[in-house]
Design a protein around this ligand. Structure first.
Ligand code: PBG
Length: 348
């Protein structure tokens, strides 16, 4: 009988050894939690396709912010749902708009919680597209840039800490950077949705943000899921234009892209574990088909392993609870069970 001389299983013998040689660590400080805010009062409305996620009216926001802060999640990503929509999405830069008011409330509740705002027009336009629509139904790139820049400045004015453009217009990072700089916001970083695919995984989000396009689709501006070299091109351009952090979105069907962008570029990398990815896990968990906690932690760890430094996820709150429980348990487990360490007797 030929016995193996190399035995990787030795380092899987017990939880202490496994912990010592663990290569990637999931940490709460890398989480970003998305939040949906709506006009109105007394609203905490669950999004049917995203169990556990809600639309909040501003008067219901404080408690949620306290919870996020207690869990030590460092940042939120804000999405606003206005009650008034028009062709150009003018509510997006209203100084008294939903996002602008929400930023102030969050900052009052916890000035240290980093507020990142999604800059896009689809939640604000009557047609649900991410920019200005031409007669032929196409989104006009350059006219849209002016509006996005206005929106970004308005978020910064209201106190946003970081700007995250998600529209996929060409040149928007550069345009927003120039505009922010000229208004004295040189220190506000841009988290660019650099690599954003035209994905079916955004379905539940569009229900949450009430931003489904009224005609056509977003394939004229978001990327083709079949492409990966194009992800490098988009990232290159965003870096040239002044992006501070890159993003790949969605996450799970694009882990090869996460890895590629991480290897090619030296900027921090975020990934967006999107609504459809969340919905699938929740649905299977509700049916009792998967162990939700283990599946969620495995997914998030996988994203880290693929190369994401930051993870935007609707799972962030529950994952934070589980990670905290994990460290609490560790205190009791510090004394390893010696019996596990006993050499295995092999009969020759
Ligand atoms: C806005 C935007 C979308 C998402 C984030 N920002 C929707 C879209 O592009 O249609 C999707 C997020 C998610 O699915 O969780 N453009």
């Amino acid at each position: 009988m030929n016995y193996p001389t190399r035995r990787p299983r030795r380092l899987r013998l017990n939880s202490v050894i496994r912990g010592m040689v663990e290569e990637n660590h999931l940490e709460i400080k890398n989480f970003i939690y998305p939040l949906f805010v709506v006009e109105g009062k007394e609203i905490k409305k669950e999004i049917p396709s995203m169990p556990g996620q809600h639309q909040f009216s501003l008067d219901k926001l404080s408690y949620e912010i306290q919870e996020i802060s207690k869990l030590q999640i460092p940042a939120v990503l804000l999405f606003g749902i206005p009650s008034y929509k028009d062709e150009t999405g003018s509510e997006a830069w209203n100084p008294d708009g939903i996002i602008q008011k929400a930023i102030k409330i969050i900052k009052k509740e916890n000035p240290e919680l980093l507020v990142i705002t999604d800059v896009c027009l689809c939640e604000y336009t009557s047609h649900g597209h991410c920019g200005v629509i031409e007669k032929n139904g196409m989104v006009n790139n350059d006219k849209t840039l002016d509006l996005l820049a206005r929106e970004a400045v308005s978020h910064a004015d209201a106190g946003a800490d970081m700007i995250a453009p998600s529209d996929m217009m060409d040149g928007r990072v550069g345009r927003i950077r120039t505009e922010l700089d000229s208004r004295g916001f040189q220190n506000i970083p841009i988290l660019a949705y650099s690599v954003k695919y035209a994905s079916a995984f955004y379905g539940p989000f569009r229900e949450a943000a009430e931003s489904t396009p009224q005609f056509g689709d977003r394939k004229g501006y978001q990327m083709n899921p079949a492409n990966s070299r194009e992800a490098v091109l988009e990232s290159d351009l965003d870096i040239e234009e002044g992006a501070d952090i890159l993003m790949v979105k969605p996450a799970l069907a694009y882990m090869d892209v996460i890895q590629k962008i991480k290897e090619k570029f030296n900027l921090p990398l975020a990934c967006y574990n999107v609504s459809g990815e969340y919905a699938m896990v929740k649905a299977a968990a509700q049916k009792g088909w998967i162990d939700e906690k283990r599946v969620v932690l495995e997914i998030l760890t996988g994203l880290k392993r693929a190369g994401a430094d930051l993870i935007i996820s609707y799972h962030a709150k529950e994952a934070a609870v589980w990670l905290k429980e994990g460290t609490a348990n560790l205190k009791f487990e510090q004394k390893p069970d010696r019996s596990e360490l006993k050499p295995v007797k092999i009969k020759v």
